[in-house]
Ligand binder design. Structure first.
Ligand SMILES: [Zn+2]
Length: 329
């Protein structure tokens, strides 16, 4: 059965850039409060040339990503697109003649069930403009006079590469959704091509901290962690699980946080007082600390880190907006 193509990016009017839903969320939470919602339009160049650009609905991006919540995604009302808009098509049918045979076939079938999927992840690429996200000055002032909307259009025309990304957060979102929404057999069958390394099972690229090994090349190491009381703008998280009997921590210095334009995103997440623990996804490797008593998860930068507040038992309704702590419980 043909599946409609899922919108994986949209033009954000306020950010003046084409963004994925996770980039929109990071930018949204980096605004000072009260935070303004964004407006999204179809990123197809001919749709953007229309007087009335087709609008795209963004779901859940204005909610903090919780460990169990339904992930944010774009939804296309399907109204007013230019003829030939590539987002209006259907995913090509999966055929047995596809290169790679059975494994590829299973990989395709499973991915078609998701809002977004990724075939190739490039951990080395930097976004155009040398930035680390959509062009936005931490939301403190309206984007102006930068004239970067055009470069966004150019990016958006690369429709054929929509399932390749260098966005770490989008990769993590895809992994979490797939884990949650697909039966185990299909989830385990997912393949990921990592630029510079080649194809591997998605789960091999995402070792849980308990299975992480210090000799391993960079991987998305993830697991539950506890936050040390914060003193400055930086923070430190200790993983709950150990490696070789040693504790593992992740440290983000004050300087790193101060220099990061989306620090508001991390601050909002870490400020959730009702969290029982924080689930960390960091792309990097384990390095023995100077004392030799613990390991440090070394990541290249804050774009290779994402954090989710987690609760032990509770699963909240997904429709809720900003899950802010009001009761202090
Ligand atoms: Zn369109």
């Amino acid at each position: 059965m043909p599946a409609k193509i899922q919108i994986t990016e949209a033009y954000c009017v306020e950010l003046e850039d084409i963004v994925s839903i996770t980039e929109a969320r990071r930018a949204f939470f980096s605004q000072p409060e009260p935070r303004a919602r964004f407006t999204f339009q179809c990123s197809y160049s001919e749709c953007m040339a229309l007087n009335r650009r087709p609008s795209i609905t963004a779901v859940n991006y204005a909610s903090l990503p919780q460990d169990t919540y339904r992930a944010a995604h774009f939804r296309d009302p399907g109204v007013g697109h230019a003829p030939g808009c590539h987002w209006q098509g259907e995913e090509p049918a999966v055929s047995d003649q596809d290169l790679g045979g059975e494994a590829t076939h299973k990989d395709r079938e499973a991915k078609r069930k998701l809002h977004d999927f990724i075939d190739e992840f490039d951990p080395t690429a930097v976004k155009p403009k040398g930035g680390d996200g959509p062009s936005m000055n931490a939301g403190s002032e309206p984007a102006q006079g930068r004239g970067q909307g055009r470069s966004g259009v150019a990016r958006g025309s690369s429709f054929s590469s929509r399932n390749r990304t260098s966005s770490f957060e989008r990769l993590v979102e895809y992994y979490r959704n797939a884990h949650k929404d697909l039966p185990a057999t299909e989830f385990f069958g997912l393949q990921l091509n990592v630029t510079g390394e080649g194809k591997m099972p998605l789960i091999s690229y995402f070792p849980n901290i308990s299975k992480a090994t210090p000799e391993s090349p960079n991987r998305v190491i993830h697991g539950g962690s506890r936050l040390e009381p914060r003193k400055g703008s930086g923070f430190m998280l200790w993983f709950i699980d150990r490696v070789d009997g040693k504790g593992v921590y992740l440290k983000v210095t004050n300087q790193e946080m101060d220099a990061y334009r989306f620090r508001g995103f991390f601050n909002s997440i870490l400020a959730q007082e009702d969290a029982d623990y924080f689930r960390v996804f960091g792309l990097g490797r384990l390095v023995l600390s100077d004392t030799g008593k613990s390991y440090r998860l070394e990541i290249e930068g804050l774009n290779h880190l994402t954090i989710f507040a987690a609760k032990k038992l509770q699963s909240k309704p997904e429709a809720q907006s900003l899950p802010r702590v009001e009761s202090g419980v």
